[in-house]
Write a protein that binds this ligand. Structure first.
Ligand code: GDP
Ligand code: GDP
Length: 463
């Protein structure tokens, strides 16, 4: 499970600046889809090879009303679900009463809290941060300048280290762990463990069922489980954990990642599962294939688009599912279809299914697309084959001239799977226009019959 880091602090201390810095590499992934903007609140991030989820909680101050109160509630939930909390204060503005009330709240939580003074660039940081020790959140005020990327990597290494407790750090311990190398070794040990787990279940399809509340996730899960042979086991979990259900279908083994938590719904007192973006993000990261469920009765909502954005950011395989397709008249169906075209037309790689989880219509066919996507995402293709396809693409449509010379593509090889990455080597490839890159990507997709997964084509210049 990916660790979760929550950014907390009053408005204007630099939370979104830090958030953007941590999640910047994801911009490029989403940039491939002009119909989408990256969500600026929840993001997948990475520091020195360690992936994690970061949440910008917005400004909780403690006296919110109306819509702000609703957002504050989500923020409090995010803090509850986080492994580490970075409490940002503004080293330039000094200590405020809003900082005080947030500190009061955090002190009551049993969370790893790191007190972080931001904007230390160009000021006498040590004297500026002195007053923040009065917040009573431990002996360390971590100093950063998010806008200039100062202290950020070091801070995140600390926050993500399982052996460091944030606010209970004593001076001695902090000295010991200032040694960055120590922390890095810890992380690598953790990663190795993850890897071995991955290879052990390599041929199992991990299928995540995601969607906003009430789209029919649990109805669909129940429908699937009702029709297939299921080996159910109970797993202990916290509120942010999905339920993992092993199952077989035909000759294939699956693990359903059930974000609606149907196992727990048997408990009457806990009848409605709280929707959690973190839970959804974790499920996407952990899956091979994602079923994104959309409610035909609501059309495409902003929340659907934001969940879709997370899937695209992750590079996971995707099958789009419009549920509740029963009992709709033709006019409504037509409206939904044209809305799908308009708002999701830019997703050219995912199959689209119209189903009724309630009646079971179309549910079986989902698995054809799931298996196709999984096979597309994991199939191995040789260098010879990829180079041949590249040559065919060039033969059909030459790359343009740059500075009087034609761009030359030399050979192609696989750079990774799930999603498939194709690496093309050649001369001046950095000058290839976007339109030609897109042409190549689509050519590979067609030639290899890849469906259900995004493809990445990367270029390496040989001169
Ligand atoms: P948020 O409301 O907590 O999300 O704060 P923002 O990220 O929007 O930042 C508020 C302001 O502080 C912006 O004008 C940023 O450019 C500025 N800011 C953020 N980080 C730094 C920093 O490290 N140094 C300086 N000097 N300004 C910063
Ligand atoms: P979840 O929150 O995403 O797990 O959604 P549920 O599975 O709990 O479903 C929410 C509501 O939608 C319930 O009242 C379901 O009976 C209803 N529902 C789910 N699937 C369908 C469907 O295919 N057709 C119709 N008409 N209703 C459905």
């Amino acid at each position: 499970m990916l660790p979760v880091v929550a950014l907390v602090g009053r408005p204007n201390v630099g939370k979104s600046t830090l958030f953007n810095r941590l999640t910047r590499t994801r911009d490029a992934l989403v940039a491939d889809y002009p119909g989408l903007t990256r969500d600026r609140q929840y993001g997948q991030a990475e520091v020195e090879g360690q992936p994690f989820i970061v949440i910008d909680t917005g400004g909780i101050v403690g006296n919110e009303e109306g819509i702000d109160a609703l957002m504050a509630e989500q923020s409090l939930m995010a803090i509850e679900e986080a492994d580490a909390v970075l409490f940002l204060v503004d080293a330039r503005a000094g200590l405020t009463s809003a900082d005080q009330s947030i500190a009061d709240y955090l002190r009551k939580q049993s969370k790893k809290v790191f007190l972080v003074a931001n904007k230390i660039d160009g000021i006498d940081a040590d004297s500026a941060v002195a007053e923040f020790y009065h917040l009573g959140l431990g002996d360390t005020v971590h100093q950063i300048a998010a806008a200039h990327n100062r202290g950020v990597t070091q801070l995140l290494n600390l926050a993500l280290s399982p052996h460091i407790d944030g606010m209970v750090l004593s001076d001695d311990e902090s000295d010991e762990h200032d040694d960055e190398f120590d922390t890095v070794v810890d992380l690598e040990e953790g990663e190795e463990f993850d890897d071995s787990e991955e290879t052990a279940q390599d041929d199992k399809i991990k299928l995540a069922i995601i969607g906003k509340p009430n789209v029919g996730k649990s109805t669909l899960t129940n429908r699937i489980l009702g029709e297939e042979r299921v080996v159910v086991f109970d797993m202990p979990g916290t509120t942010r954990d999905s339920v993992y259900i092993p199952m077989e279908r035909g000759d294939r083994e699956y693990t359903l990642i059930d974000t609606a938590g149907i196992r727990r719904r048997k408990n009457v007192t806990d009848a409605v599962e709280k929707f959690s973006v973190i839970k959804t993000l974790q499920a996407i990261e952990d899956a091979n294939v994602v079923l994104l469920i959309i409610d035909a009765r609501d059309g495409i909502t902003d929340q659907d688009l934001s969940l879709l954005g997370y899937v695209l950011e992750s590079g996971r395989s995707l099958v789009l599912v419009v549920n509740k397709w029963d009992g709709l008249d033709t006019a409504v169906k037509d409206r939904v279809k044209s809305e799908l075209d308009r708002r999701l037309g830019f997703i050219d790689f995912a199959r689209l299914h119209f189903i009724s989880a309630l009646h079971g219509t179309g549910v079986g066919h989902l698995f054809e697309s799931v298996e196709e996507a999984f096979d597309s995402a994991t199939r191995r293709t040789s260098t010879a084959m990829l180079t041949k396809i590249m040559d065919m693409a060039v033969f059909d449509h030459q790359p343009p001239m740059v500075n009087g010379r034609r761009i030359k593509l030399k050979y192609a090889h696989a750079g990774g799977y799930n999603p498939p990455i194709i690496v093309i080597h050649g001369n001046q490839v950095n000058s290839l226009p976007q339109s030609y890159k897109r042409y190549l990507m689509n050519y590979f997709r067609k030639a290899l019959k890849i469906m259900g997964t995004p493809i990445k084509v990367e270029f390496r210049s040989t001169n």
